[in-house]
Design a protein around this ligand. Sequence first.
Ligand SMILES: [Zn+2]
Length: 469
Amino acid sequence: MAEISFHGAAGTVTGSCHLLETGDRKILLDAGAFQGPWAVESLNYKPFGFNPQDIHSLVLSHGHLDHCGRIPILANQGFKGNIFTTYPTRDIAHFILMDSAHILKEEFLWRQKRLIRAGIKAEKPLYTFDDVYYSMDLFDRPVRLKEKVELGDGVSVQFHAVEAGHILGSAQVYLDYPGKKGRRKRLLFTGDLGDGDRPLVNDPERPKRPIDVLVMESTYGNREHRSYEDSVLELEEAITSTIKKGGTVLIPTFALERSQELLFHIGNMKRAGKLSANIPVFLNSPLAIDITRLYQKYCDYCRLEFTDRAGKQNSPFMFPGLHFTQTADESKAIHMIQGPKIVLAGSGMMTGGRIKHHLKHLLWKESTTLVIVGYQAEGSLGRKIVDGADTVKIFGQPVSVRARVYTINGFSAHADRRHLLDFARRAKPEKIFVVHGEPASSAALADDLRSELHNTEIHIPKLGQKFRI
Ligand SMILES: [Zn+2]
């Protein structure tokens, strides 16, 4: 008998974490951080809902923080098993977790400084650099896509990963486990599924039947994306019109995948002569710089056209005028540079990081264009700007929004409603668990699935809920 229980991304997008129990084996799928408003983020401080010491293996679908961000806590609380993931995800997780430990430390020091005068001790950070170093030792079982791996001794659970098409190294996870009367059963966990036809990553692999249990994401379960080509054209228009007027293009961006995709398109504009070679382009994020280098290291995990280019030119991201801005001093020096320029800086939702300094200097200028290419959560500075605020507060000071603002939605790295439905239709499992979505989005997808797949049980699990599979 096997059971699955849900310990994150159940009723929320973030915190991906599901537990498969079969015989004496306990296998965790992801251990992601909860992100967003405090009501959600505070769940990181709550117990997992299982004993980390009892977990034999962790299978990690990809390196986004909402899929790997609780691994240091898991390790700190006694998890000593192996972590199975692809080679690129192992390296990405290392950078993402170190960056997260850095942010947690900064937040802790800031809180401590404020509370010390009141004689109050600030609460310790969720985890430290030491916890990350220790947990990296557990990433000792990197795998190649399609490689079949036995997860430990005892009850036989076989695992293999296939392309998810979401970000570099992202994988869908297949687990074959013992069912009733000696029959083998198969669970497919989609992780985050890509939308296909992207310049850097390959298309997501179609499901391979038979599949008994499908655990599927539903981030955009109620939405269809605008065409990717239209989004690239809109990006090009925003850039060329601003540069022509001598202004600055500011692109708040996520370090992983989106930054590299944008660099790729800006490079294409330069190569095609749509943008002068002299125009400086700054990638102003140490994390994005580290991850960009990983695309070079693991270009064999990328789309073939991209790999060919990487082989010929050393780096497909390199083009005239590109600057990697590593230090804070170099970041400040960007403001001294006169004339048109393009600046990519984090964080993607403008809640922190170097983009806030650029916004303080440039958001009030009509010559600036702000290009928003990613999801902006409720309450974030980015969301306020998208919603049309005239004035916003940056570092406690009011700044008027006089820049042109473009919101381009078609760059999403997630499959939309149409692709998710098509995926489930092909998988035709006995049971589907809809996870990783806001309630409205999961509910809409579940309704669509119920109306199409009459012989499939559809569940939207709640946090902590357990099912027999
Ligand atoms: Zn993801």
